[in-house]
Design a binder for this molecule. Structure first.
Ligand code: PMT
Length: 400
């Protein structure tokens, strides 16, 4: 999938730099041309000679090196790249890129390039959580940079938390999916997606709902539109902008969402159920506002229809059907159970017990399962994740 893609791997000085040899090997295996720029600090963790050997290209590490400039100057390098991947991206290099500082070769090339930029943050968890780093990342994201990671876990310094560079294969997948999602790969495809929460009315002014913001579903819808699909977006009430070119059906309740989904799904090639649908609704909806009276109150609820299961059960014009699973424990077991019970082609599980991801967060991570396969899409902002998921769905959908 990376044939002839020019990837400029920009390595800054973190311990995860030692993984860049493996990362380069895997990118090249998939057909990419890889050139490497390194900061001086990066050379403390992996040698230019190693990176030269695995990339099969000279490594650039000095802005003022006449020989290197004569071969492929920094401006040429900046123009050559189809993607610049900064991995590992230390707190320092993220700050310098954000500030537009060009005080070494790596930051100069980035400033001189209009190539898409992806950063794989890697640092101590407290440095990552620091407001300055978060502001820098938020700013770079606003300018269109992709932020891949960081992963959670035990760190080289002994701390535990967010700050690990994603594994080389995860970065390779994100790179592949990035290039795939940008190529009009869904031209001619109609995709219907549910997003946001449902509201189950109790009376004219009250309802039962959940914390879904619609961000995940809207990001997938936007990625599908970017990839060329015609997109029906069935949305619960949210407070975020609608993706341009989406054909939107606004709904309140699960019953309304069910009716819209069952009408649009048979006309679709792919159906994705990302909405957080209420499993139950109140049996009685009061015509007038319920008055305060007794100290306790009992609400009798009845089961809502399962929208994604009913779409998957269509016998005619059944679309490729993708569900989500919001879990707080035993994520894989429960997600696979839902995939079987609801007869889905694919399920995307998110762990909604973790802070900073899932409901109403800007980032998410997904464990995606289908018959005979699985793929982990690591923590990243929902826009990137949407692209990655669209490419993954397409890779499986074509095989059905
Ligand atoms: O909207 P955000 O703030 O960005 O948050 C994103 C999200 C956390 C809501 C999203 O990533 C997610 O997990 N969506 C599914 C939430 C959910 O309801 O999960 P579930 O495990 O309860 O349901 C499993 C699947 O069945 C889902 O595809 C759901 O849409 C579907 N379902 C559930 C009940 C029902 N009556 N009909 C359905 O179609």
């Amino acid at each position: 999938m990376l044939t002839n893609q020019n990837i400029l791997l920009a390595i800054s000085g973190g311990i995860a730099a030692y993984k860049c040899a493996e990362l380069t090997r895997r990118l090249k295996e998939r057909g990419a041309n890889v050139r490497v720029v390194m900061t001086h600090a990066a050379k403390a963790f992996i040698t230019p000679l190693t990176m030269q050997a695995v990339s099969a290209n000279p490594v650039c590490d000095d802005l003022l090196d006449p020989a290197a400039e004569a071969a492929m100057g920094h401006i040429e390098l900046a123009k050559w790249a189809d993607l610049i991947l900064v991995a590992p991206a230390t707190a320092d290099v993220i700050a310098r890129i954000n500030a537009g500082i060009a005080n070494d070769l790596l930051t100069t090339v980035i400033l001189a390039s209009d190539a898409p930029l992806a950063l794989a943050p890697a640092m101590n968890q407290q440095m990552y959580r620091a407001q300055a780093t978060q502001d820098n990342i938020a700013n770079l994201t606003k300018r269109g940079a992709k932020i891949w990671g960081p992963a959670q876990g035990e760190q080289a310094c002994g701390d535990v938390g967010p700050g690990r560079m994603p594994e080389p294969m995860e970065l390779v997948q994100l790179t592949e999916l990035y290039f795939a999602a940008d190529k009009g790969i869904l031209d001619g495809i109609t995709l219907t997606i549910t997003a946001g929460p449902t509201r189950e009315a109790l009376d004219p002014v009250r309802f039962i709902s959940n914390h879904s913001s619609g961000k995940m579903g809207y990001a997938i819808a936007a990625a599908a539109i970017d990839a060329g699909a015609s997109v029906n977006l069935i949305s619960g009430k949210v407070a975020i902008p609608t993706p341009q070119k989406a054909i939107v059906t606004n709904v309140d309740s699960a019953l309304e969402m069910h009716a819209a989904a069952l009408s649009l799904a048979p006309k679709s090639d792919i159906f994705i159920a990302c909405a957080a649908v209420a499993d139950y609704r109140p049996v009685d909806v009061a015509d007038q506002k319920i008055k305060k009276s007794a100290d306790t109150m009992t609400i009798t609820m009845t089961k809502n229809p399962d929208i994604v299961a009913d779409v998957a059960a269509l016998t005619e014009d059944r679309p490729y059907t993708v569900g989500f699973a919001a879990e707080t424990q035993d994520v894989e077991k429960y997600a696979k159970g839902k995939m079987q019970r609801k007869n889905l082609d694919m399920i995307c599980a998110n762990d909604v017990s973790k802070g900073g991801q899932g409901f109403n967060a800007d980032a998410n991570a997904l464990s995606v399962f289908w018959q005979g396969g699985s793929e982990m899409l690591p923590l990243t902002d929902k826009k990137q994740l949407g692209k990655a998921l669209i490419a993954l769905i397409l890779s499986q959908f074509k095989r059905v």
